[in-house]
Design a protein around this ligand. Structure first.
Ligand SMILES: Nc1ncnc2c1ncn2[C@@H]1O[C@H](COP(=O)(O)OP(=O)(O)OP(=O)(O)O)[C@@H](O)[C@H]1O
Ligand SMILES: [Mg+2]
Length: 345
């Protein structure tokens, strides 16, 4: 496989308040290769957005803090650690070589600036284009994201456009920086199903045309199944499983991944309610020295409450962080321990 475009190792991000410390992201590692789509799934509060915001250093201040980690990113000028760059250098990459598409296009666009001008400003800022060249390029970009009659849409304000068209504008702005990576955090969640499918198709088309890598964050496994090459499953601020998409769906190994898949309504049982995963996600108020899923896991045993399992390779590109081998109901003995209080087997 090619060298990774982005290689994240041991990312830890916390939030500090008078009530204590929240470990929102607790040792997350993953790679993204050029041109691939990495799907990131996990229920609400699992740390998906905080992971993505950490990478481009947009963690809410002053409570948020990146405590540890490396995020090596390859740029045209060589490789950099995103977590160690100056504010100015990370600002040039953000919206430039790394583009963003967030859930709600209404909040990512400036309501008092025409959409054409917003694309143009990004082109002038990141590509140093002059006014006239930027305008021509902006019209081309708006057309390339499937906006009909872009010359006439150019002077529209965001509120004059539908949610789907606004999200296309956000994508055009992301493309204006000529990115090699787009981070899309729930980009279709606020849209209705038909528009959601159109945006998914658009992103796939742009990816094929431009060789973009995409990190696609979603709590919806059906969306991830439709777009991702590989999947990262987050739970309680940690990676509990990662695998190529077909392998993950065919052969899920972590009890949480299995529960997540079981909760997806099957197409032929559309009327049935999905089975909920019992219990609530952890509160992460302290550095966890146990499996974050222990309290909700049907396979839990004493070790899971005293040590935190690290990711173990169990097949080609397939990693799982679990002491229990759900496939054949046995302990795994080769699991690295990330944090430990005590455990004597
Ligand atoms: N500004 C903040 N201050 C304190 N805690 C925060 C802040 N932002 C996020 N958190 C905490 O960090 C954890 C991870 O949140 P995050 O937003 O990354 O979840 P998520 O996986 O993106 O969820 P969702 O699917 O709802 O978007 C949560 O426990 C959340 O409460
Ligand atoms: Mg989120």
């Amino acid at each position: 496989m090619s060298e990774p475009l982005l290689s994240v190792h041991g990312l830890v991000t916390t939030f500090h308040s008078d009530d204590g410390v929240v470990h929102a992201v607790n040792g997350v590692s993953f790679d993204v290769h050029p041109g691939e789509t990495l799907g990131v799934v996990g229920e609400s509060g699992s740390g998906k957005s905080v992971t993505m915001l950490s990478l481009v250093r947009l963690i809410p201040q002053p409570s948020g803090r990146i405590e540890a980690g490396i995020a090596r990113f390859h740029t045209d000028d060589g490789s950099v650690d995103l977590l160690d760059l100056s504010e100015e250098d990370v600002g040039a990459i953000r919206g430039g070589e790394i583009g963003f598409v967030f859930q709600d296009p209404a909040t990512s666009l400036n309501p008092v600036m025409t959409v054409g001008r917003q694309v143009t400003e990004s082109l002038r800022h990141h590509r140093r284009l002059r006014r006239r060249a930027a305008r021509a390029e902006a019209v081309d970009l708006l057309r390339s994201v499937g906006i009909a009659d872009p010359e006439n849409r150019f002077d529209d304000y965001p509120h004059q456009l539908s949610g789907g068209i606004r999200q296309r504008v956000v994508i055009a702005i992301a493309l204006a920086g000529n990115p090699s990576l787009i981070i899309a955090d729930e980009p279709t969640t606020a849209l209705d199903v038909t528009v959601q499918a159109q945006i998914m198709e658009l992103m796939k088309k742009l990816q094929a045309e431009r060789g973009l890598a995409i990190i696609w964050v979603s709590h919806d496994l059906a969306v991830v199944a439709g777009v991702a090459d590989r999947v990262l499953v987050l739970y309680g601020g940690t990676v509990v499983e990662t695998a190529p998409v077909d392998e993950l769906f065919a052969n899920p190994q972590h009890p949480y991944t299995r529960a997540l898949l079981a909760a997806v309504p099957s197409p032929d049982a559309a009327a049935e309610r999905p089975a909920p995963i019992p219990g609530t996600p952890p509160g992460f108020s302290e550095e966890p020295a146990s499996c974050p899923f222990a309290d909700r896991c049907r396979h839990v045993f004493d070790r899971c409450r005293l040590q935190r399992p690290g990711l173990t390779e169990i097949g080609p590109n397939h990693g799982v962080a679990c002491f229990w081998n759900v496939g054949d109901d046995r302990l795994r003995h080769d699991v690295p321990v990330v944090a430990s209080r005590e455990y004597v087997p």
